[in-house]
Design a protein around this ligand. Sequence first.
Ligand code: IDP
Ligand code: MG
Length: 140
Amino acid sequence: MALERTFSIIKPDATRRNLTGKVNTLLEAGGLRIVAQKRIHMSRAQAEAFYGVHKERPFFKSLCDFMTSGPVVVQVLEGENAIARNREIMGATNPANAAEGTIRKTLAESIEANSVHGSDSAENAAIEIAYFFAGTELVG
Ligand code: IDP
Ligand code: MG
């Protein structure tokens, strides 16, 4: 087992419904520790760069519209196997396919407005953390 850090976003559908605390409760109950957290309103440029890997996908414009539609909470989560563990706690991208008890099954509105983001690899976790946080903001 390895102590890891992963990057997380509580998306605008969840902040709009005042679910930040509920998401955090599920993350903490799943064994992850929030070692950095801030509420921001993403700019268009930030959203487009963050989701650049999806820029050829048909949902890219809609996804960037959604991610800039309201505040988000960006976070760094720490724990044993935090990257894979967070993906388990989040559940499948489409809440219709997500397992019972996952954040997306419990809280998400749709495949797009699916309440949370979580890094999918150690390499992307490091890139995504550095995109939103200075090292001095991570307090483990
Ligand atoms: P992930 O968030 O589970 O890693 P990705 O495939 O990386 O899923 O997609 C990034 C985000 O793009 C999703 O979380 C969701 O908000 C949105 N998305 C993914 N697939 C679709 C789709 O088919 N229609 C609309 N939005 C989508
Ligand atoms: Mg992804």
